[in-house]
Design a protein around this ligand. Structure first.
Ligand SMILES: [Zn+2]
Length: 437
């Protein structure tokens, strides 16, 4: 027995070679040393420049490599001097910012810890080039598309936008061995058949509709597996595989076709954590990938963790569901009926208040809320207009044992509500309407 245990330990030691950092160690490194200091959704082009100045001061190579349609600078940062060429680009969709901060933190970490053996190994084995915020105009407006109104990720063939032209040129001039295409997905994307949020979704992107496998794509599946295993430590059940439909006009698919096999990283959300947690998860995933590429450890990794990821789904997950509400609408007379109400929050910068809209009314038993309330003992009245799909989810709640003249002028003053739900939170009377989930 002792002998078997000793053999097991020895085998473990050989597999976990000298340069392997555990996921927890990577997360602790980020906690201690990250330089990103605001929520990614609040990082504008000017803030990115501040980060890049810091990277320059640390000694990293930061170059302006092009300009956006509105003439904003687009930068590329380089770390390492090794033969394997790693290319990463973020925020080609302006309102998808998480990876920009995470990549900055990764570069800063590597540069300031070049004395560590495992970082030295990365420096000597890889050359990493990162284009953070490829779409600075979109980032400034916090919108997906470029200032021309074009989705840069559907412009890989036509190359109408200066941003797409630049991305193609950076690839063609350098022919990277591997690419990381960094995005954010909808916060209510779910994992497989569950109603759990997909916090990180990965995809090894095929270069054709026939899904022709190549050595590079097979390597990417092993690298993706390493990323999954690292992330599993923190967000088990919240990792999925992004939809692998072939998009002939998209950059990921074309990069793979052009000879730079791509891993797509899509960051979603997780109820109860903020954006910095997502930055940390990105950091853990990126550094893990660099680590296994630099050490060659990826060659010993099975593709299983990646291949067994459940696919991305949308299984009727909503931000808020109010069950069995007694909905009051005003027509000729007050009309009251019982129904569930589902409300979703729009994507906005962290510093801005995000509007909440009614997305469904009726029997919504098949839908799940990140927060679900039992409104069966309450009248629900829309504060600002009418309680209809597409209207704001701004509600006043009254206990059903109260007698209310719904047509009263200034209802809120004449009959103070027991609770008010506004701006996606309980503005008044938190806890009055019982929470189910
Ligand atoms: Zn995107």
């Amino acid at each position: 027995m002792k002998f078997i245990f000793a053999v097991f330990l020895a085998a473990t030691f050989i597999t976990m070679n000298a340069y392997t950092q555990t996921a927890s160690e990577l997360a602790a490194m980020w906690e201690k040393d990250h330089i990103s200091n605001k929520f990614p959704s609040d990082v504008r082009h000017a803030d990115l420049k501040v980060y890049l100045e810091q990277l320059k001061k640390l000694g990293l190579k930061v170059d302006e490599v092009g300009r956006s349609y509105a003439n904003r600078e687009i930068y590329q940062v380089e770390f390492g001097r090794g033969p394997m060429k790693v290319f990463m680009w973020s925020q080609m969709h302006g309102d998808e910012p998480t990876a920009t901060s995470a990549a900055i933190d990764m570069l800063a970490y590597f540069q300031t810890h070049r004395d560590l053996d495992w970082v030295k190994k990365i420096e000597e084995t890889l050359t990493i080039r990162v284009v953070p915020m490829l779409n600075p105009d979109g980032a400034e407006a916090f919108q997906r598309r470029s200032l021309q109104g074009i989705d840069i990720n559907r412009d890989a063939v036509n190359l109408v936008t200066p941003e797409a032209q630049l991305l193609k040129k950076l690839r063609d001039d350098w022919s990277p061995d591997i690419g990381f295409n960094l995005h954010n997905q909808q916060s209510l994307t779910t994992v497989g058949r569950t109603t759990e949020q997909a916090t990180i979704s990965l995809l090894v992107v095929y270069g054709d509709a026939a899904k022709t496998n190549t050595e590079g794509l097979e390597r990417n599946k092993r690298v993706a597996s390493a990323m999954v295993e690292a992330l599993q430590r923190f967000i088990p059940g919240h990792i999925a595989r992004y939809d692998d439909g072939y998009t002939p006009s998209a950059f990921g698919d074309n990069f793979s076709a052009w000879g730079t096999p791509v891993i797509l990283v899509e960051t979603g959300a997780l109820y109860g954590v903020d954006e910095m947690f997502l930055v940390k998860m990105n950091f853990v995933a990126f550094v893990t990938a660099m680590n296994v590429l630099a050490t060659g450890k990826e060659k010993d990794i099975s593709t299983q963790a990646y291949l067994s990821l459940p696919p991305n789904s949308s299984n009727g997950l909503f931000n808020f569901i109010f069950r069995g509400a007694n909905i009051v609408t005003l027509g000729e007379t007050a009309n009251i009926y019982k129904a569930d109400i589902a409300v979703n929050t729009e994507r906005r910068r962290a510093s801005m208040s995000a509007p909440n809209f009614i997305r469904a009314i009726g029997d919504l038993k098949n839908l799940t809320g990140l927060e679900t309330y039992d409104a069966s003992r309450f009248y629900v009245f829309q504060r600002l207009g009418s309680l209809k799909v597409g209207e704001l989810g701004e509600f006043m709640f009254y206990r059903t044992d109260r007698v209310i003249d719904w047509r009263a002028a200034d209802l809120e003053k004449a009959y103070p509500p027991d609770a008010i739900f506004s701006g996606g939170r309980w503005f008044k009377g938190e806890g009055v309407v019982p929470r189910i989930k």
